[in-house]
Design a binder for this molecule. Structure first.
Ligand code: SF4
Ligand code: SF4
Length: 243
């Protein structure tokens, strides 16, 4: 079953990659500047995406490096995540929710010194969708890629592919185990999938900040323009599901 799910996810990746090429052809400019990395902040991903990244990195021989970085992120006492009260459940108290929102502004732990991505072949949907299925960034001047045909600083092109959106929703809705569709911070969710016993032990020993181990429902994926506009306009309430 998991093999089929990962194959379906891989097919969705291929569609996004094809859309990315189509958008580039339409705009006449590359949709990303190599070695920029400006948008590579800590991201959320679904559990099945963590499994995809694990599988991809085992294949590329980068599994141990990936997991080691995840463990380092979990254990580091980041200034923006100071509350250690175990995994929150339900509507998260304001202070932890504030810390949760701050974590997104931290550079992604997989960003390399040359601004490449350690887990590029296994990166989650949110990374693949950036600037493809939604405009690149919360403000018009966020992304430094050149303007393409028909674009101006206030209006950037993106692909509106309803079939792709439906395919992602159908994949998440059709999972046999609904927990596979939940999201978490990418380093936490990869570590949880790769080393479940060690993850549980770290959480039980209260070694990980509460804001880092919040699990959220599936619709937190930052993939679509409409969804992004809602999020950029107001900070959403954090409701923890599976930690
Ligand atoms: S900010 Fe734009 S150019 Fe820079 S990495 Fe992200 S998509 Fe590429
Ligand atoms: S996983 Fe890779 S592409 Fe995604 S934010 Fe991190 S460094 Fe960037």
């Amino acid at each position: 079953m998991m093999v089929e799910v990962l194959a379906s996810l891989s097919q969705i990746h291929r569609v996004i990659d094809a859309e990315s090429l189509a958008l580039e052809a339409q705009l006449g400019v590359p949709i990303c500047i190599p070695n920029c990395g400006k948008c590579c902040e800590t991201v959320l991903a679904h559990r099945i995406e963590a499994d995809f990244a694990i599988s991809a990195m085992i294949g590329e021989g980068k599994f141990h490096e990936m997991v080691s970085r995840c463990e380092g992120w979990l254990l580091e006492r980041h200034k923006v995540a100071q509350i250690y009260e175990g995994p929150p459940v339900g509507i998260v108290q304001t202070k932890i929710a504030e810390e949760w929102h701050e974590l997104v502004h931290m550079p992604c732990i997989f960003l390399e010194g040359d601004k490449g991505c350690l887990i590029y072949g296994g990166r989650p949907l949110v990374c693949r969708a950036f600037g493809v299925t939604h405009a690149p960034g919360p403000t018009p001047d966020f992304c430094p890629r050149p303007l393409g045909v028909g674009e101006n600083q206030r209006c950037r092109g993106y692909i509106d592919n309803q079939q792709l959106e439906q395919a992602v929703k159908a994949l998440l809705a059709g999972l046999a185990d609904k927990e596979w569709a939940t999201s978490g911070w990418l380093p936490a969710i990869i570590y949880r999938e790769a080393c479940p016993d060690k993850y549980r032990a770290l959480v039980a020993d209260n070694k990980v900040a509460s804001a880092k181990i919040i699990g959220v429902t599936a619709d937190y994926g930052l993939l679509w323009q409409e969804q992004l506009e809602t999020i950029w306009q107001r900070q959403r309430e954090v409701v923890a599901s599976v930690s």
